[in-house]
Write a protein that binds this ligand. Structure first.
Ligand SMILES: Nc1nc2c(c(=O)[nH]1)N[C@H]1C(S)=C(S)[C@@H](COP(=O)(O)OP(=O)(O)OC[C@H]3O[C@@H](n4cnc5c(=O)[nH]c(N)nc54)[C@H](O)[C@@H]3O)O[C@H]1N2
Ligand SMILES: Nc1nc2c(c(=O)[nH]1)N[C@H]1C(S)=C(S)[C@@H](COP(=O)(O)OP(=O)(O)OC[C@H]3O[C@@H](n4cnc5c(=O)[nH]c(N)nc54)[C@H](O)[C@@H]3O)O[C@H]1N2
Ligand code: SF4
Ligand SMILES: [Mo]
Length: 696
């Protein structure tokens, strides 16, 4: 119901929440005029929104009403990748898809169908509801959704049973704030005022990041580590704590297992040795260790930037073990924040209620390989929703080769004509979070909020829940009470634990019985089998190539000496909203590396390794450390000159723990190209909508 209505002007304001893949989980107030969005702003429902939202969502109506919005289903008319479609009705579209699914199951088995989804709008209704019932019952291949947070989730589950983290608003109580592999100024900026407040109140701030991020610029100490070396940096701090009697032996005895083994494995990592590997100043590292040992409350904001490499799981493990060894728990503002997505201990299985078949499990990080190599059975249908894999998965050239296959039937269900949708055989238009019900779970704070339709759906766009329910019905699969988004909403709310569902429907927001600002080991405790922290979890020890707390060195760095990273950007959420980012991007490179390659800002470069190459201009920037180059995550193909993004240089190697993606582990070389040398052939590779500008 509109909260505030003025019928004379057809004006009203509606409360909802932002479900995008962002930790902050803001509450929103949407002002409408004559049924159209007039303004998108914050609302006080979730107080952590704190009176402001990001510009991406403030201007989200540019997506809703934008030119690239998909308004009706389409079937491919031209060649694959041309993005030329005949308009068809929903009936025909779903009948075509259902017919294909039946035919493929008959000829190749249902495992030849691969549903591919990730967060999308990230709400609880748009994924793992009717879609899961449909695909499970049909017996398609299963998907390991490991593109993000796989190593950190494996580690936080094993160590702490996904215990909730320190709340943003408690940072002001900390005497030391360590921001480790996170860039909240871009990727969760509601944390920033609290870090600043802590600093004003005298807290020391340490940032560990290969780039001089906005918070690093204001930090007391910035350790500009070489990507992929965090595990040894953390181990050197562990060694210092153990060797100087600064480890909290009483806490370790009461609450942990295997501290001795961690002590043993850390012992080889002196400051000098770790600093040499991480290419940082050993004295600064020692200073950080001293600060950490002597300060309480001390909080570590562990991000996802440090997990995306071959040592990423061990990095998260060593970093998240620090508060246990250092005795940082039990006080307000002490401990760690990672993801609080399980502050309410919810599980999708409670509402999917359809048993998962034991069909083939495909790791989404290996999508390209799956589409081009798998033969038992080959993948004959790819059903993409909530995801833009051509822009976001590793090994972009392989993914592209897969999408090019004539014998692959690709369905893409999305809100806009994404890079992936261009390759579809059938496109289906989806509603946005302003046009459907959903439940938004802010993984920075763990509260769940009600998302409700604010405007009529654009064109013929429809919510996921409905479309999968209808497809299921056409395939003879019983979907029960989940046939509408309201039905699914009631069902999921009803399956939430504790009093959460009731409160959610009454108040629009709930955190069940989870405290809003928990003290770790005060209000919340490990949800492990015996309630303790196993510092050497057996479930993980066996799966890491070298075991736990071990460091894998870089393979031959001589040919490809530069580490390419691709962190979150403030223009997009992953690749979402990329349709609005039409300009070409520049590779950020340190002055030393630029000079060695005779590169100046604005020059065009070839960035390459054995996986592929990117042609783009460079920007000489002292904020990336030497030996590192950076491009934004979530680019679309139009953002570079040859239609390749960082993902074209990212291999589909998996992380040491959790089988995650190694986005920040690409090793590349960069050379200057004279534009003439680049040649038309290379530029012509890209056949996108806005033909890329030539650089003269
Ligand atoms: N605006 C915006 N917000 C977002 C997103 C977005 O795309 N745009 N994405 C959302 C999603 S899906 C996620 S998962 C989160 C991610 O949010 P973050 O946790 O902030 O992760 P990243 O942006 O990947 O990287 C964070 C930092 O890690 C640094 N880094 C890279 N490699 C290493 C390394 O090996 N060690 C260390 N110590 N640091 C390293 C990068 O330079 C970067 O500054 O943000 C969410 N919020
Ligand atoms: N180079 C590089 N690549 C990365 C990363 C990196 O650090 N570097 N980070 C990775 C990370 S952290 C993540 S989380 C992944 C994310 O990768 P993706 O899962 O591909 O996420 P998005 O790019 O946001 O694409 C989500 C798509 O879902 C659509 N969508 C949104 N809501 C709905 C809905 O309700 N229904 C339907 N049908 N569609 C919807 C959106 O329009 C959008 O096109 O990207 C990864 N890719
Ligand atoms: S993307 Fe993040 S910061 Fe922006 S409105 Fe949504 S939750 Fe808030
Ligand atoms: Mo992510």
């Amino acid at each position: 119901m509109p909260a505030d209505e003025d019928l004379t002007w057809g004006r009203s304001t509606v409360e909802t929440a932002c479900p995008l893949d962002c930790p902050d989980g803001c509450s929103l107030a949407i002002s409408l005029e004559r049924g159209r969005i007039r303004k998108i702003d914050h609302s006080p429902r979730y107080p952590g929104t704190n009176g402001f939202i990001c510009s991406k969502v403030r201007r989200f109506e540019r997506r809703v009403y934008g030119e690239e919005r998909l308004l009706h289903p389409g079937s491919r008319r031209g060649a694959k990748g041309e993005a030329s479609f005949n308009r068809i009705g929903w009936d025909q579209a779903l009948e075509t898809v259902a017919g294909r699914m039946r035919a493929i199951r008959k000829e190749f088995g249902a495992e030849a169908i691969l549903p591919l989804s990730y967060g999308g709008s990230n709400g609880l209704l748009t994924q793992d509801t009717t879609d899961a019932r449909l695909f499970r019952a049909f017996g398609t291949s299963r998907l390991a959704r490991n593109v993000c947070a796989a190593p950190t989730t494996a580690v936080t589950a094993a160590l702490y049973g996904r215990m909730a983290g320190v709340a943003y608003e408690d940072y002001r109580h900390a005497g030391l704030v360590v921001i480790w592999g996170a860039n909240p100024s871009t990727s969760g900026f509601h944390l920033v005022p609290h870090v600043r407040q802590a600093a004003r109140d005298g807290a020391a701030v340490v940032v560990i990041d290969p780039r001089r991020t906005p918070l690093a610029k204001r930090a007391d100490i910035h350790l500009a580590v070489r990507p992929g070396t965090d595990v040894v940096v953390a181990l050197a701090i562990h060694r210092f704590l153990f060797e100087h009697g600064l480890a909290d032996e009483a806490f370790l005895a009461e609450w942990t297992h295997n501290a001795d083994e961690l002590r043993r494995r850390a012992s080889e990592w002196t400051f000098e040795r770790a600093a040499a590997v991480a290419e940082i100043d050993p004295d600064l590292l020692e200073k950080v260790a001293e600060l950490y040992a002597e300060t309480s409350p001390a909080v570590i904001r562990c991000g996802w930037g440090l997990e995306r490499n071959r040592n990423g799981g061990n990095a998260a493990l060593a970093v998240l073990a620090l508060p246990a060894v250092g005795g940082k728990f039990g006080v307000r503002g002490g401990g760690f924040s990672m993801s609080s997505s399980r502050a309410i201990p919810l599980s999708e299985e409670d509402w999917i209620e359809t048993e998962e078949p034991r069909t083939r499990l495909v790791n989404m990080n290996r999508l390209g390989r799956a589409l081009t190599d798998y033969s038992d059975p080959p993948i004959k249908m790819l059903f993409v929703y909530n995801c833009n894999p051509l822009a976001t998965m590793p090994a972009q050239n392989r993914v592209l080769a897969g999408l090019e296959r004539d014998d692959l039937f690709t369905v893409v269900f999305d809100q806009v004509m994404t890079d992936t949708a261009r390759w579809a055989d059938v496109v289906l238009p989806a509603t946005t979070f302003l046009e459907q019900y959903d439940l938004a779970l802010g993984y920075g704070h763990g509260a769940v909020q009600l998302v409700q339709p604010v405007i009529e759906p654009a064109g013929e766009s429809r919510p996921n829940v409905e479309v999968f329910a209808e497809l299921a019905t056409r395939l003879g699969i019983e979907i029960g009470e989940l046939e509408s988004d309201t039905g699914t909403l009631m069902h999921v709310a009803g399956a939430l634990p504790e009093n959460a569902g009731r409160e959610l429907l009454d108040r629009g927001i709930t955190r069940g019985s989870a405290p809003a600002a928990p003290v770790q080991f005060g209000d919340v405790f490990p949800r492990t089998a015996d309630g303790r922290v196993d510092l050497l979890p057996a479930a993980l020890e066996g799966s890491a190539p070298l075991g736990l707390y071990r460091f894998q060195t870089e393979p031959a760095p001589d040919r490809y000496p530069l580490a390419l990273i691709s962190p979150a950007s403030d223009k997009t959420v992953s690749s979402t909203l990329g349709e609005l980012r039409t300009r070409q991007v520049r590779l950020q490179i340190h002055p030393r590396d630029a000079e060695a390659r005779d590169l100046s800002t604005g020059d065009v470069a070839r960035v390459f390794n054995e996986e592929g190459e990117i042609h783009c201009a460079v920007s000489v920037n002292p904020d990336v450390r030497p030996g590192v180059v950076s491009l934004p995550k979530g680019l679309w193909r139009r953002n570079t000159m040859n239609g390749c993004t960082a993902n074209a240089l990212v291999s589909d190697e998996l992380t040491d723990l959790g089988d995650g993606a190694c986005f920040n582990d690409a090793r590349v070389e960069v050379t200057r190209v004279v534009t003439a040398e680049l040649g038309d052939r290379n530029i012509a590779l890209w056949t996108g909508p806005a033909s890329p500008k030539r650089v003269h």
